[in-house]
Write a protein that binds this ligand. Structure first.
Ligand SMILES: [Zn+2]
Length: 313
């Protein structure tokens, strides 16, 4: 009995201590200026040239993407099943500070046989990766667009947002939200190995510090300090999820990350479902993004895995 109890304790400790999303090293970095929602520049345009690139078409379980138990989803008759989605990455060119990328699309290795993919077979089948239809890889894109990438922002560390990381030159700065690398979830027991392999073991993660002078969390980080790019702290989908409010030459744009995966989710203000860690905190963060969007009538919204057609508003 005693031995069984000891063994059980070891297993329990193992589960509790080994389920961070990644074992990569991370450091907390202070960048830009922390501001409140009332301080956000109200202009409709800015200096950043933003490009959205479709890396792949894909499909995954609707119950993960949308909370089907939400009364609005029930009323709309949404059912579980496969939902067509896409994987994106975004390129931001700032005239003074250079090129930054949000999320990473897919690495070139995903053009090869599945056996060579840096994900375990279980993860690949659970994620329905067999249905990926790749449009472009980061390697292919970098060959066409050789301009230096100053930094990569990861909206969060779920695999489908980091799949392309290894195609960027080693040493490129990689930014995440605060506490994202240490995000713990039982599920991570099965994905941590794949996450580490995809990020590359040498990749140091820079966590953006969202704590204000008094130690209270602040929601908006004016990254360049010129009011052109606000990184938004939106915990819930994961511990350190981030979103981006961008003053672009084409107007104000909001990249939500997976705080909202789908067009329907954004237009109805309904959170994701099973893919989210904490639905209540995700809802608070989604409400914050809706409040920001309401300040800009012409804003373009980019949910995590679908695009909203201009006529849908
Ligand atoms: Zn996600």
């Amino acid at each position: 009995m005693k031995i069984q109890r000891i063994i059980f304790s070891f297993i329990a400790i193992g589960i509790l201590t080994s389920c961070a999303v990644t074992s990569n090293r991370s450091v907390l970095v202070n960048k830009g200026t922390l501001v409140g929602i009332q301080d956000i520049n109200s202009s409709d345009k800015g200096p950043i040239v933003l490009k959205k690139i479709v890396a792949a078409d894909w499909a995954t379980e609707r119950a993960g993407l949308i909370n089907l138990k939400d009364p609005k989803a029930v009323a709309a008759g949404l059912q579980s099943g496969k939902e067509p989605i896409q994987i994106y990455f975004y390129v931001m060119d700032h005239p003074k500070f250079g090129r930054y990328v949000v999320d990473t699309g897919l690495a070139d290795v995903f053009r090869k046989d599945k056996k060579e993919w840096p994900v375990s077979g279980i993860v690949a089948s659970q994620m329905n990766l067999g249905e990926l239809k790749i449009h472009t890889t980061i390697k292919e894109w970098l060959q066409k667009e050789p301009k230096k990438v100053e930094g990569i922002f990861l909206t969060h560390l779920h695999l489908d947002h980091i799949f392309g990381t290894q195609d960027f030159p080693a040493g490129t700065s990689v930014y995440t939200g605060q506490n994202e690398p240490g995000d713990t979830r039982f599920l991570h027991l099965f994905v941590q190995g794949s996450t580490d392999k995809i990020l590359g073991s040498d990749t140091l993660l820079s966590e953006l510090n969202f704590l204000g002078k008094e130690g209270a969390p602040i929601k908006f980080l004016d990254f360049f300090g010129d009011q052109s790019l606000y990184v938004v702290s939106v915990p819930g989908h994961t511990e350190g999820s981030i979103a981006f409010l961008i003053k672009s030459t084409n107007g104000v744009q909001l990249i939500t990350g997976d705080t909202c995966h789908t067009s329907w989710g954004w237009l109805n203000n309904v959170t994701p479902g099973g893919f989210t860690k904490d639905l209540e905190r995700n809802k608070v963060s989604l409400d914050l993004l809706q409040a920001v969007a309401a300040k800009f009538p012409k804003i373009q919204i980019h949910p995590g895995h679908q695009s909203i057609s201009p006529s849908a508003k």
